[in-house]
Design a binder for this molecule. Structure first.
Ligand code: C2E
Ligand code: MG
Ligand code: MG
Length: 256
């Protein structure tokens, strides 16, 4: 019930989590939405995104996220160490079903002068097969702008492999649940190795998410996954802290 008013009242904001190359250099960020409500305090996205998909509010929320993220990234672009940061934004399938989604996306890219090929839309693979006939042409249209597509939470849905075969994607994100035990369970490590192989054989970029320990990060680098995201590097942070993080990382990289 509080959702419809939340957007008008400015209760949503974005935080950014760095994506790190070779365990060292931040090369991109994922935008993550936050909702702070007067009565309820912080409400996590896992609790309100699904509801907003159900009542259609995700359309407006989604436009807010894309526009705000493009604006923010063009702002921090002015800092030496944050130039050319890649931006990943989560979108739900419901947003892609809106008429004119691609046109509006294209207009936003122009408005904020953000290069299309520096933007990735992350979609979660929990898609019903019924949606595919509609979805595939939309995904092709989005890609024709130069925007990239990523399959989020890869491996957790019913039909990851079948979808991977059918959907035009540029990247897959290995879900945290596979990463959690890679340092302790051989099966998990092999599973991740195989996912990385599939991606590489298909010429798709692979990102691992939810890295919390140095050991996980090293193992993933050994397995050939050089793009990583997780609390081990940096949690989701506001813009000021993001700039600090980029400055510090690049600085220590240049020193060593
Ligand atoms: P996701 O896209 O898979 O995002 C990753 C989630 O894992 C984020 O949770 C992030 O804060 C968390 N995370 C990152 N690194 C670590 C780690 O090392 N350990 C642990 N335990 N967690 C980590 P968050 O921000 O609560 O978002 C949850 C989900 O909500 C996202 O999963 C995404 O599916 C959805 N979401 C978030 N923002 C948006 C948005 O703007 N639009 C849409 N449609 N969905 C969003
Ligand atoms: Mg995501
Ligand atoms: Mg994910």
């Amino acid at each position: 019930q509080a959702l419809p008013q939340a957007l008008a009242d400015g209760e949503f904001s974005l935080v950014y989590q760095p994506q790190v190359l070779d365990g060292k250099i931040p090369v991109g960020v994922e935008a993550l939405i936050r909702w702070k409500n007067g009565d309820m305090g912080q409400v996590p996205p896992d609790r309100f995104i699904r509801i907003s998909e159900g009542n259609g509010m995700i359309i407006d929320i989604g436009h807010f996220v894309i526009d705000q993220a493009l604006y923010d990234l063009s702002e921090i672009n002015r800092h030496h160490y944050c130039q050319n940061l890649h931006l990943s934004v989560n979108v739900s399938i419901r947003q892609l079903q809106e008429n004119g989604f691609t046109e509006r996306l294209s207009a936003s890219l122009l408005k904020y002068e953000f290069p299309a090929n520096q933007l990735t839309l992350e979609i979660t693979e929990g898609i019903f097969i019924d949606d595919l006939q509609y979805l595939i042409p939309v995904l092709h249209k989005i890609r024709s702008l130069g925007v990239k597509l990523s399959m989020d939470d890869f491996g957790t849905g019913y039909s990851s492999l079948s979808l991977l075969k059918q959907l035009p994607v540029d990247e897959l994100k290995i879900d945290k649940s596979f990463i959690d035990n890679i340092a302790t369970r051989n099966e998990d490590r092999l599973m991740v190795l195989n996912i990385i192989d599939i991606a590489q054989n298909l010429g798709i970029k692979v990102v691992a998410e939810g890295i919390e320990q140095a050991e996980q990060s090293h193992l993933l680098l050994d397995l050939g996954c050089n793009l990583q995201q997780g609390y081990f590097y940096c949690g989701p942070v506001d813009l000021d802290r993001l700039v600090e993080y980029c400055e510090q990382s690049n600085w220590s990289f240049e020193k060593n």
